[in-house]
Design a protein around this ligand. Structure first.
Ligand code: FAD
Length: 346
């Protein structure tokens, strides 16, 4: 497999991680990114503890703030659980992508700026058609182009949206000293508010909920948070993402493999997208290294199964009449809550 050319569509964190895994496996990756940007995106920016060993495998250690556990809050009720082992880390998205890009540069990985608009494949190669750039031919393609992936759509792999309520995410940073070392999660009306410290002077705020959610309104619903943030200068532009869930029928077609959000995304409620995306990138490269791209969907199911089940369960609970009782119930069953947080830490 040495020298195998792998074109990676999408230079977000998952595409960059996949490129680094490919290089480590002796392949020749090329990353194609459509946007000339700093890598910013609506994301809670909590790297769960399970991400850290994957980053270490890639010699990455992006700066941020240690995250010691998760604190769920609803009205006057609160339930906290510390991660059982090493901490996670709050890392600003731009800082993470910057560190990953620098690593690809040190490793001589080619990155080009172009938008993939189409693809065709035969038994030996894949041709990517690009707008704003030359077409690219490679042995394999990894579609790492995020939610509502063009690569998945070109392959006819995108599933019809489910009838479940669609959800959206928002994110903005505030310039103030963090007051917490936990990921704080507030159930606020029909939305969830996530607080993640990302450096010594910046707090990230993400909101998840139905169409039409509003960051300021959600903050205003949580008096403890509005007291800390109202009047504080913002430190980034407001970003949005969605809708989710987004599903594909299959994570592979011939020589093309879907990785990260492009391969399907349930919801951000567990804050695990990056851990699962990096693990998928590693499995995709292992499948190519074994000369068995068709083994990838099984590998994909294995590394995403628990995430999919837990996330669906948590979204179902948050969308049910039990929503109002989630934190009170969790505080009466701390072992169950602790087991969920321990699972998120893996
Ligand atoms: C509100 C919210 C909060 C979240 N919180 C967390 C959290 O706390 N922790 C966590 O781990 N995860 C979290 N997630 C999930 C996480 O953000 C995603 O799982 C992660 O960004 C997926 O990375 P990716 O590289 O697959 O996709 P993306 O980050 O979306 O990157 C895709 C890249 O592909 C490029 N691209 C798209 N189309 C093309 C094309 N046609 N040609 C070339 N390039 C293209 C895009 O420009 C982009 O750079 C959250 C998500 C949301 C919405």
């Amino acid at each position: 497999m040495t020298g195998t050319r792998v074109a990676i569509v999408g230079g977000g964190p998952v595409g960059l991680a996949a490129a680094l895994f490919a290089k480590r496996a002796g392949m020749t990756p090329i990353v194609i990114e459509s946007r000339d940007y700093d890598g910013d995106k609506a994301c809670g920016e909590g790297l769960m503890p399970g991400v850290m060993p994957l980053l270490r495998e890639l010699d990455l250690d992006p700066p941020g703030r240690d995250l010691l556990g998760v604190s769920y809050r609803q009205g006057a009720r609160q339930v906290d659980h510390l991660f059982p082992g090493a901490p996670g880390r709050g890392v600003r998205r731009t800082v993470l992508v910057d560190a990953m890009r620098a690593q690809t540069e040190r490793q001589g990985i080619e990155r080009i700026h172009a938008r993939v608009t189409g693809l065709t494949q035969d038994s030996s190669s894949v041709l990517l058609r690009c707008a704003d750039g030359d077409d690219v031919t490679s042995d394999y393609v990894l579609g790492c182009d995020g939610l509502h992936s063009t690569v998945a759509r070109q392959l006819g792999l995108v599933a019809r949206p489910s009838r479940r309520a669609r959800r959206y995410g928002l994110r903005q940073h505030f310039q103030r000293t963090p007051w917490t070392s936990m990921i704080e999660v507030y159930y606020a009306g029909d939305a969830e508010l996530y607080i993640t410290p990302v450096d010594d002077e910046t707090v990230g705020v993400a909101v998840l909920g139905p169409r039409g959610i509003n960051l300021s309104t959600t903050i205003a619903r949580v008096p403890g948070i509005s007291a800390k943030l109202v009047g504080v200068p913002t430190a980034s532009s407001l970003r949005g993402a969605g809708p989710f869930p987004y599903r594909v029928h299959h994570a592979q077609s011939g020589r093309v493999l879907l990785v990260g959000d492009a391969a399907g995304y349930v919801d951000a409620i567990t804050g695990e997208g990056l851990r699962v995306g990096f693990a998928q990138g590693r499995e995709a490269i292992a499948a190519l290294q074994a000369g068995q791209p068709a083994s990838y969907p099984q590998r994909w199911r294995k590394v995403t199964r628990e995430f999919r089940l837990l996330t669906r369960g948590m979204v179902a609970l948050a969308s049910s009449p039990l929503r109002e009782s989630i934190v009170p119930l969790a505080s009466t069953a701390p072992r169950v809550f602790g087991a969920v947080v321990n699972r998120l830490a893996q």
